[in-house]
Unconditional design. Structure first.
Lengths: 174, 578
């Protein structure tokens, strides 16, 4: 088990400082680990940032990486979780020619079935947004690509854990 | 009268603060942190700070080095012998990038150091201005923490934090980059020492339960062995450590940076582990039943092939840095915490023991090593001088009281193997990074931090020439370091590997050397060259007796090898004696 690669979601609670992204990414780079996705945002605590990083590594690797991340002065706490331990989503947006929306009936069905949302429509193009698991987004991409996609962007994974993180109590103790 | 009135108003409104420039604040912060000496090199972007250093020169001594790399190594030597934070300063661009080797060295050897660099004015950041370099970006992977200051008002808080982070927990280097406009800007100065950082826990609490399990394992062990590292020295746990090993009667070996924590002559000191360590502790690592690691990190030079390292043993790891636990060697019991506190708590839990039979095994293997290696190194019968006999003479003349500052290579291994240490913090060398050129500048810092001590710098002819320019610093500062160059006209360690593993193809390892004595004399240093055994003792005596800096070149056998040796990738118990 320890030596089988799998997806881990790494959640890092940090102070909000310039340069920390560089410090964290260097930890992965040095060990030749490809970051599959990275998202940085505010967390549930005011003034505390959260990095959500998706990597495909072994458990013994991820334990060492967490150790190295937590060692950084401005990192409050880091965790790793398996797919089963998190609720996670990605989101994506498509830019597609508006003509297609009216000429290709099937596109409307695809939008409906995939639970995607039309964000805006104008004469030239419409923008479609979809949140969900990677497979759902990839399926939607395959279905739409038959008609032509003008632009596509998928976000990094964002996740919350089923377990409590207890960061607030940790910070109160300081 | 009116003037006085104005001043009074100012003092009441500003009570504890005073309006000064950012550059003066930098110097005042250093004084607040108790810095007496710093090492550096001026340049455009740091000039305002140098102007203040000029004004404060009666309070703080700036040592003009001859290269910024030398400044970092001097700061490291200062820190290693004193336990205080070493300080180095440089300008932006090339000044800053020249610090990187020393910073990387301090990072891997856990040396407390604060580096301050000047930076182009903030409005020029990112414009590829003259001498602009992204030193914060460049130094990130090799610093414990770094920060760029663009406003003078940030200076006190950031410098206070820098010193706190550099020294606390597992020490390390911190770099502070200050833009030139922040150095000129005036602000209300007030200094408060840093006592904590919210996101940073320097010392994990010692877990009593794991300490108990560790004690039980040690008490039940038949063949326990300790490997200690620099952690014992960094936490100043020498007394606690000695009490523990003496009570439990455990044979104890050191990593290169752990050397001198207890005297070389201590009966429980069984020598060095690792690639060129002693025979007994390497072989018996693979026979002990409990391996107790204290303040060390299982570097590959210590462990050899990990898949064949102490597999039979239960491993206990006393460590301050949680990231070191299970990093290289899987532990059975991890005792997190500061070594001093953990060992003090461990002591009453231990049963007295002597492990006499187990000790005999170390003695027996030592006899083998003595016959095959040590005798020939220290009491050679062949014509050429050995590095070992030079060390023996230094031991005799300094009575084991000197701090030995070595460079990197064969002479370093010989120095660490044969130097006799009576005092802690006496083995100053570049262990983790293996930085050639470390020795000479580090010796300058060591001598300045401990002027009462004899400081002997030992280098090879290769590494010596990497920072030979620091002879200028020694001359200008009149730093009474004793400089020994063991000259074999080769990059000896690489040549040894070429001989053993590359069929004697001596690719770029032979050195055509200059007249080292003439160079030293060019800097007006006392200097001597020894080529014959009968001259050695007198020359070393003269050097040690000198109250001034002194240079001694000893021409040694050209193609001697350092043994024992654990070949790269082999198991520690496959250590070779020849």
């Amino acid at each position: 088990m320890e030596n089988e690669k799998q997806h881990y979601t790494v959640s890092v609670y940090t102070e909000n400082n310039i340069g920390l992204l560089n410090r964290l990414s260097a930890i992965f780079q040095r060990r030749h680990i490809n970051v599959e996705s990275l998202n940085t945002s505010a967390s549930e605590i005011e003034g505390v940032s959260k990095f959500t990083i998706l990597v495909n590594v072994t458990e013994s690797q991820i334990k060492k990486i967490i150790g190295q991340i937590e060692k950084q002065v401005e990192v409050i706490k880091a965790y790793y979780h398996t797919e089963e331990e998190t609720i996670y989503q990605e989101s994506c947006i498509f830019k597609i020619k508006s003509d297609l929306l009216f000429e290709e009936r099937q596109i409307q069905n695809i939008i409906k079935e995939s639970n995607a949302r039309i964000v805006t429509v104008n004469k030239e193009f419409f923008v479609l947004e979809k949140s969900g698991r990677r497979q759902e987004i990839e399926l939607l991409y395959r279905e739409l690509s038959a008609f032509g996609i003008m632009q596509f962007t998928r976000s990094g994974r964002i996740a919350v854990t089923k377990d409590e993180m207890k960061i607030s109590t940790m910070l109160e103790a300081f | 009268m009116k003037e006085t009135q104005t001043i009074q108003t100012q003092t009441t409104t500003t009570t504890t603060t005073k309006r000064i420039s950012g550059s003066e604040a930098v110097v005042r912060c250093l004084l607040e942190e108790g810095v007496k000496v710093l090492y550096g090199y001026p340049g455009g972007a740091i000039m305002p700070v140098y102007d203040e250093l000029y004004k404060y020169q009666d309070k703080i001594h700036h040592v003009l080095c001859r290269h910024e790399q030398g400044a970092t190594h001097s700061a490291q030597g200062y820190a290693r012998i004193s336990g205080d934070v070493g300080v180095a300063m440089a300008t932006s661009g090339p000044g800053a990038t020249n610090l990187i080797t020393g910073i990387a060295d301090a990072q891997i050897d856990s040396t407390p150091m604060v580096c301050i660099t000047g930076q182009v004015p903030s409005h020029l950041l990112g414009s590829d201005a003259f001498q602009e370099t992204d030193i914060v970006g460049i130094s990130t992977p090799v610093t414990k923490w770094n920060h760029q200051i663009t406003k003078a008002s940030q200076i006190p808080e950031v410098i206070a934090k820098a010193f706190y982070i550099a020294k606390s927990g597992r020490p390390g280097p911190v770099l502070i980059d200050i833009t030139k406009d922040a150095q000129f800007e005036e602000f209300d100065f007030k200094y408060e020492k840093c006592t904590g950082v919210r996101s940073y826990k320097p010392v994990p609490e010692t877990d009593k339960a794991s300490l108990k399990v560790a004690a039980e394992l040690i008490n039940n062990a038949k063949k326990p062995m300790i490997v200690w590292g620099q952690g014992v020295i960094l936490s100043e746990a020498e007394a606690e450590f000695k009490a523990v090993i003496e009570k439990a009667g455990i044979p104890s070996a050191w990593t290169i940076l752990g050397a001198s924590a207890i005297p070389t002559s201590h009966p429980l000191n069984i020598g060095m582990v690792g690639m060129h360590g002693n025979y007994a502790p390497n072989v018996l690592t693979n026979e002990c039943d409990v391996l107790i690691a204290i303040g060390m990190r299982f570097d590959d030079r210590v462990t050899g092939d990990l898949s064949k390292y102490a597999k039979q043993a239960k491993v206990i790891h006393f460590e301050i840095d949680p990231a070191e636990i299970d990093k290289n060697v899987k532990t059975d019991v991890a005792v997190l915490g500061d070594a001093k506190a953990s060992l003090a708590e461990l002591l009453p839990l231990l049963n007295p023991n002597s492990h006499t039979e187990w000790h005999q095994k170390f003695k027996d293997l030592y006899t083998i090593e003595y016959e095959k290696v040590i005798k020939g190194d220290l009491h050679p019968t062949k014509e050429g001088l050995t590095m070992g006999e030079v060390l023996k003479e230094i031991n005799i003349q300094t009575k084991g009281e000197a701090a030995i500052v070595s460079d990197v290579g064969q002479h370093q291994m010989i120095a660490c193997r044969y130097a006799e240490f009576n005092k802690t913090k006496s083995n100053i060398t570049s262990g983790g990074l293996g930085t050639m050129g470390f020795g000479l500048p580090a010796a300058i810092g060591a001598k300045m931090a401990a002027p009462e001590r004899e400081v002997v710098s030992i280098s090879g002819d290769g590494g010596y020439q990497m920072t030979i320019q620091e002879l200028g610093t020694i001359f200008q500062q009149k730093t009474a370091v004793k400089i020994v160059v063991l000259n074999n006209d080769f990059l000896g360690m690489v040549r040894q590997w070429q001989q053993l593993f590359f069929d004697k193809r001596y690719a770029s390892t032979e050195m055509t050397n200059p007249d080292f004595v003439a160079i030293a004399k060019g800097y007006y240093l006392n200097a001597k060259r020894v080529t014959k055994r009968e001259e050695l003792a007198d020359a070393v005596e003269e050097m040690i007796a000198s109250k001034e800096p002194y240079f001694l070149e000893v021409c040694v056998e050209k193609e001697d090898n350092v043994f024992p040796m654990v070949p790269s990738g082999a198991s520690v118990s496959d250590i070779r004696l020849e």
